[in-house]
Design a protein around this ligand. Structure first.
Ligand code: OOG
Ligand code: NI
Length: 408
């Protein structure tokens, strides 16, 4: 057992490799990292430029289950189902992430993974084009698959097997600059929905963005603008508050990258593909199901004053999740009877025997995610067949259920 490398180390190595590759591919992302480091240093935040998440977009159901197995080797599991059809996007999603606070503490990296929904394409001709393009998909090197199978058999990989695995896995997410579609089909896909072009016209899921944590997202937004990075207009998520909750995100808008079209790929027929960007995030407390309902309600009315902005009220009203711990000089034996009612807990808190700390939100927000998607699409696209989410189909593609964020 002991010669197996731990999943979190592999996750950490993977994150570093991915971040390095992305800095090379999208130099503006490197400039964003500089902004983040500057802000984090100013606020003495200890976790300078730790990369919290990334995003990929998949074409085929099999790709989703294959990557579920790949990420499992890195200790990342599918959590949550995000229906983006309601926002007019032809995808549905999950996030692969570590499941426990301990694992997140060792390395927090997660990957937001979206699967294209062909049932969202209105035109039958374009559906046929989509299916034809999908046959050209090839996302995982045989070497990587062999390592996944090995890890599944043995319950992990050795250090050197892990290195080999990461070297081939990283290729899945590399930008190859080559469209498997002709310019004509590419443009038809863009017109239907730019997201479809970004997925279906390529043979692999190039990493779409990476997202470091920033200690002060409002300051970082101003700094991005000051440094001439094309920041999106609005920070997604709740507004600035005394007691931060959930997730706030902003990004610089996607830049143009050269793409060579099929069938020649000789550069004689080139275009500009606009999909990849850099994002930053700041996380606050996780809300309970009741708190989430209130958040969604505030969001729909743009009335955030209705979401209490003090920890005590959030806690007592059962709106946010808290972890209770014994204060340092209290021994478990000081508590003579087992607290059994909410009143008992309140008394122990009042007496300074227990303290309560908010639990960090580790997931994503569908409305914010849609905002991030939309701000990076050159044009809105017309595809909206009025479908709703289809969690069953998604889980079937995934080959497993998604974990419930509230239960975690
Ligand atoms: C994913 C958008 C969602 C987030 O941070 O909410 C996301 C994508 O653009 O593929 O990453
Ligand atoms: Ni993101």
């Amino acid at each position: 057992m002991s010669d197996l490398i731990s999943a979190w180390r592999l996750r950490q190595m993977f994150t570093l490799r991915l971040s390095k590759m992305y800095c090379d591919e999208v130099p503006a992302y490197g400039r964003l990292i500089d902004v983040v480091n500057k802000i984090n240093r100013q606020s003495l935040s200890p976790d300078v430029s730790d990369i919290r998440h990334g995003a990929i977009r998949l074409a085929l159901p099999d790709e989703l289950s294959l990557l579920r197995r790949a990420f499992r080797v890195l200790g990342m599991h599918p959590v949550g189902y995000y229906d983006l059809a309601t926002a007019g996007l032809p995808v549905h999603s999950t996030a692969f992430r570590p499941l426990t606070a301990g694992e997140i503490g060792k390395n927090p990296f997660r990957l937001f993974a979206s699967l294209v929904r062909l049932d969202q394409i209105a035109s039958p001709a374009l559906q046929r084009d989509a299916k034809r393009l999908m046959e050209k998909r090839s996302i995982l090197a045989p070497q990587a698959l062999a390592q996944i199978e090995q890890a599944e058999r043995k319950g992990g990989l050795t250090h050197s097997e892990g290195e080999l695995f990461l070297s081939s896995l990283i290729e899945t997410f590399r930008w190859r600059g080559k469209s498997v579609a002709s310019r004509q089909v590419y443009e038809a896909m863009i017109a239907e929905h730019p997201l479809l072009a970004d997925v279906l016209c390529f043979e692999n899921p190039h990493i779409n963005h990476l997202t470091p944590h920033v200690s002060d997202i409002d300051a970082a937004q101003s700094e991005m603008i000051a440094q001439g990075l094309p920041a999106k207009k609005k920070i997604e998520g709740p507004p600035q508050r005394k007691c931060p909750v959930l997730l706030r995100q902003t990004a610089f808008r996607a830049l143009e990258e050269t793409v060579r079209f099929a069938p020649a790929w000789d550069g004689a027929d080139e275009g500009a593909h606009t999909a990849r960007f850099g994002e930053i995030e700041q996380r606050g407390a996780a809300l309970t199901a009741r708190g989430m309902t209130l958040y969604d309600d505030c969001l729909s009315r743009d009335a955030f004053a209705d979401l209490p902005d003090d920890w005590d009220t959030l806690r007592r009203k059962g709106l946010a999740w808290f972890r209770y711990t014994l204060t340092p000089d209290t021994l478990a034996s000081d508590i003579l009877t087992q607290p059994s009612s909410p009143e008992d807990f309140e008394d122990l808190l009042k007496d300074g025997i227990l303290s309560a700390a908010p639990i960090v939100y580790e997931d994503f927000l569908p409305v914010s995610a849609a905002g991030i998607f939309h701000s990076n699409l050159k044009q809105a696209g017309t595809s909206a067949t009025g479908q709703r989410g289809n969690k069953d189909a998604f889980e079937q593609a995934l080959g497993s259920k998604v974990h419930d964020p509230q239960a975690l």
